[in-house]
Design a protein around this ligand. Sequence first.
Ligand code: HEM
Length: 418
Amino acid sequence: MRLTAVTPARPVPLDRIDLYDPARYRSGEQHPAWHTLRAQAPLWAQHTPEGDRFWSVTSYADVSRVLMDDRRFSSAHGTILAVARGDSAGGRTINLMDQPHHASVRLPSMRTMATRLVRERREIVRGHVRRILGEHLASGEPVDFARLMLQLPMAGVGEIIGIPVVDWPAVPRWAMAGVAPSDPEYATGSEADTLRNAHHELMALFAGLIADRRRTRRDDLISVLLDLDYLGRRLDEHELLLNCYSFAMGAITTTPQVASHMVLAFADRPAAYRAVRENPALVPDAIEEALRWASPTNHLMRRTLTRVQVAGQWLDEGELVCAWVGSANRDEKVFTDPYTFDPARSPNPHLAFGVGAHRCIGGPAAQVVLAVLLEELVATCAGFEVAGEVVHLHSNFINGITRLPVRARSAVREGVTR
Ligand code: HEM
C-alpha cells in the first residue's frame, strides 16, 4: 500500500470512515481511518452491505487480545468480512476450526512445516527463486514484479504441500481469483462465475493429488492430512479438499504481496535498499519489516462465543469482531515511527502472521523464501525504479498489489557487486 504521511493532525471524521468498501484499500486511504479509530474509537461498529454488524478493533493490544483468546473468539463462523454471513467451509478446515478439532489437524500438519525442516530446504528454495527471477531483472527492461512474484509461494511450499512442479504456474491465478473475484486482473466473468471457476480448478487439482496419495503416500502435507487422527476418525474427502485449499490459499494470497510491497518500498527509498545491499546481515530484519509494512491480511474476523469485554465495552454472544492487523502493525504505542519503512527495525513484534492458536503455520517457510529472494536481489540488483502504474488489489481482506512494473538496475553494470 503506497502511503502518504499519516499524522494525528489529519483525523478522518468518524462518519466518513468505511472499513468495508474494498475500493478504499487500493489507495492507502485506510491508514488515516485506522489511525483515527486507534485514537478516538477503539471499538467501532459498522454494517456490511448485507446489513450484518461487525465491531472493529484497531489497536495492537486489542487485536492481539482478540486473536489470542480462541476460547471466546471463534474462527468457525468465518474469518473474512466478505463472508460475514458465515463461511460454507466453517468448522471443516484448519483456519476455520475451534478446539479441539483445530489442534487435531494443526499439530500433525506442523511436522511438515517446522522451522528446522524449512531451513534445511533453503538451497532447494534458492534454486527455484533463481529460476523465477531468471534474466527478467538483469535485462534492464521493465518487468511486472507483482506478476512474477505470483510464482514465489510454490517455490517456498509447493513440494511441502505436495503440488507437482508442472502445476505450479496455474495455481496462483486461481487462488487470487478466489479471494478477489471482482478484481479486473483475475475476473473470468461475474463475481460468482469467477469464484466458481477458481474453486473448481483448484479442487480438481487437489482431488487428483489426493487420489494419487491414497495409492502411494509421500513425504508431504497431503499424505499427513490423509493419515491424521481427526478426533477418532480420518478426514473425509471434502474435508481433505478444503484443507489442501486452505494451505494453498494461505501461501499464495500472502507471500507475493510481501515481496511486491518490499520492492516498492525499496524503489521509493534507495537509501534503505543500499543499507541492506551493503550489509546483507540485515536481510532477516528487513524481511520482518517487509512483513509488518505489507501486512498482507488486512483483517481477521472472529465471532464471540460468549458475552465478552472488548476494548472496555461488553459485547453479546454471536457478535462479529474484526481485528485489523494492518492497523495493529502501525500502532504508534508499539512501533516507533510506524509509517517509516526501516529495514533495520528491531525489535519488530509485528502481527502479520497473526498470533495465538491460528498463528500462520507457513510462517517459517514464508520467511525462508522471502529471505532467499532478498539475498538474490541484493546480489544482482543495484536498485529499482517503478516503470509504470502500480495497481492495488480490490479487496478489504488482502493488501495486495496486482501490477508493479519495475526496472532493476544491474549491480554488474553499475560495478557495485559485492
Ligand atoms: C508472508 C506470508 C504469509 C502471511 C503474511 C500469512 C498470514 C497468515 C495469518 C495472519 C494467519 C492467521 C489466520 C487467523 O488467525 O485466522 C495465517 C494462518 C495460516 N496460514 Fe499463513 N501466511 C503466510 C504464508 C503462509 C504459507 C506459505 C502457508 C502455506 C503453507 C500458509 C498457510 C496458512 C494456514 C494453513 C493457516 C491457518 C493456520 C491455523 O488456523 O492453524 N501461510 N497466515
